[in-house]
Design a protein around this ligand. Sequence first.
Ligand code: NAD
Length: 396
Amino acid sequence: MIVKPRIRGFICTTAHPTGCARNVQDQVNYVRGRPQVKGSSNALVVGCSAGYGLASRISAAFGCGANTIGVSFEKEPSERKTGSAGWYNNFAFDRLASSANLFSHTINDDAFADHTKIAVIEAIRKNFGSIDLLIYSLAAPIRTHPKTGEVFRSTIKPIGQTMNSRTLKLDVLTGNCEVAEIDIEEATDEEIRSTTAVMGGEDWEYWIEVLSEAGVLAKNFKTVAYTYLGNELTWPIYRGGTIGKAKEHLDETCHKLKQRFGQSGVDASIAVLKAVVTQASTAIPVVPLYFSILFREMKAKGTHEDCIDHIHRLFHEQLYQEPRREDDSGRIRMDNYELDEAVQASVAKSWERINSDNVHELADVNGFQADFLRLFGFGHPEVDYDAEVNPVPLQG
Ligand code: NAD
């Protein structure tokens, strides 16, 4: 079939198999061209198929030479329908790892479910006995609680007040866009509770608990979960909103993990990462406008990073090096370039002035658009998008 992007707002329902494979190859090539990291030997990445999780798996495998197990929840392709981009990314990763003689095993199942955790433990026991790294990089819309069966959905809303702000309305195919006003109503207590149940730290703690009980954590075991803080412009919807509450719970979980498992050698931390275009981040209102203004400023300063540059930097300069760049709460700060004072001052100035007429001048809309299409394997310069492609890639 010929695969073209099919888009509604910031959702794309198709993915290009060859384009996704090329994106993964590009990330692997990037890491291969950087200094090797003396780090993980056996890593587990939860949320491995896209965005920061995929970049983490590539950094662990191709940057450290680690065996990797990955968990993600992606849609398989059929002869008539493409799979999700993450499915193709996993397929490409496994193939590249295998040709580099790196062990990889990908589990396509619900990370919140007990049976998935058991499958991971079995895979660890069978293949290398223990893991020394767990990257927790889930971004999920829904969670069925493994103990109670209650179904929780995450929502992105402000807390305590209706929010009036601006966002980017972008037609990702044509590039036509406008800066539009939006009102977002405040979250109910139930929505706050649900979002915390999905995106907070409980599941991360469950992972460490079962892996520790199963005796598959190496003596030098580290675990890192990812968070975002951002700046004043996004605080009402992010840090001060439902997702921010969930991330506060993640912070609390990190302290809890240190207390519960620190004596057995578990080193738990939170890394604050920069803004990047992913399926998860584009679902957040306001974010596309802030991101495209930010990217313009960071690119002008030469400090812009994509997932892979950013995560390779995390592995290279923070995870396996002392001293780490930590804040008062002990979080590893990778958002130092995003929050650079000069960058933020320019972003704030553009935010004040931006409107539908000057949006292309003040914001990197084209970069945002290209990043978005790339998530689904589109827009790669070396892929012929008019050629027939099999949506079910051949094994082997
Ligand atoms: P993403 O949408 O690119 O990837 C999410 C991953 O979670 C995918 O691998 C997906 O398959 C997996 N997943 C979702 N539900 C699952 C389930 N039930 N079981 C198994 N896997 C499941 O997301 P991302 O933007 O890379 O976010 C990853 C983490 O990084 C999140 O914690 C996010 O808050 C954090 N972060 C993101 C940004 C950003 O700008 N994108 C910035 C800072 C921190």
